[in-house]
Design a protein around this ligand. Sequence first.
Ligand SMILES: Cc1ncc(COP(=O)(O)O)c(C=O)c1O
Length: 426
Amino acid sequence: MDHFQYIDGQLHCEDVPMTRLAEAFGTPLYVYSNRTLTDHYVRIDKAFAPLNAEVCFSIKSCQNLSILRLLKGCGAAFDVVSGGEISRALEVGADPNRIVFAGVGKSDEEIRFALESGVGWFNVESEAELDNIATIASGLNKTARCALRVNPDVDPHTHVYTTTGKRETKFGVDLERARRVFRDCSSRRGLDLCGIHLHIGSPVNTIEPYVQSITKGIALIEALRREGFSITAINLGGGYGAHYDGDEAPSAAAYAERIIPLLSERDLDVLIEPGRSIAANAGALLMKTHYTKSSGEKQFIIVDAAITDMLRPALYGSFHFAWPVAPHGGLVPAVRTADTRLEGTALADIVGPVCESGDFLAKDRYLPPIRRGDLIALFSAGAYGFVMSSQYNSRPRAAEVLVSGSDMTLIRRRETYADLVAAERL
Ligand SMILES: Cc1ncc(COP(=O)(O)O)c(C=O)c1O
């Protein structure tokens, strides 16, 4: 599942002890495993190979240039949601024609930048946006290849904040309206409206919601084709699960096994936009214990990482397994789950130094004894981790390091106090 493993009671990333990484680069530190990123990319690419699917890594999940370059080297295309992400993809030499550009609120500047850069696909969310893209594209004498994002009204059974495929969310156009959009917009100058885009939420740990949404998407495509529209592509979006709490996510092969029969021999180019399923298990957040204290029955472990480094627990109530890097008494869990309760552990919260009660990384966990200076790893932190970090409380952002076998490479230096004020004027 990943290449973060305990060897002789010490957590390693691939062949490097995490203690060595902390000594070399300090904490808090994002640590990524090259092998895990590569394995996960290859698994999804292979699983969907019978559809010859274009695997567009979703940059929003993990945006570091070195990681994008690594995935590009594996053959990845890219899914972007802003001009900044287009720029990152171009920076690592991505083929612009293999970039898909999504997002409900693309600005005129971003649309122009995408068109001038030769971005391959626009995933479009409304008639108003199509109209704007058509105007800008024809002004530039260009044609924007577009997929209409359809909202299939399917429940992905995930957190309400990461549910996107239900009718009441802001995403896409509902199925009835979609046909009208094709009728009204597809002959517009500057547009080649020839695809359907679906993305129902994240993480989607059951396969049935994909089956439902793709089935509805195909019915729409068939209806559109009957009306004479040429539909050449379907983009299935992302949302495939990762392992946070044991092994709750279906494998790439299991998703593909159900999805492939729905799409084979339909004369459609297939695109997918995985982010989390590639990056989440490939990263851990390494942090150091500042202090410990008790309040009633509760112990608090106060670490140097905070909500500013990892927002997910506060934002979505997300679970990340946390455990000392070199546990006293050699207590190492066989599996990393919310139910882990080994003998010799005690109930504790792992919290950060920020002035918010929402500033926690792990709540109500049975942990081995932890002392000042001990290192703790927060697992499955590679997706939607560093990318959501902030400088709140004037905290410089963490460093990022990529481990490949026994090599460790700093891929983003730790920010300094000077970085905090670099864009400001006195
Ligand atoms: C349109 C779209 N595609 C792909 C993704 C990536 O999702 P995940 O990282 O869960 O695979 C997202 C995530 O929000 C998205 O909104």
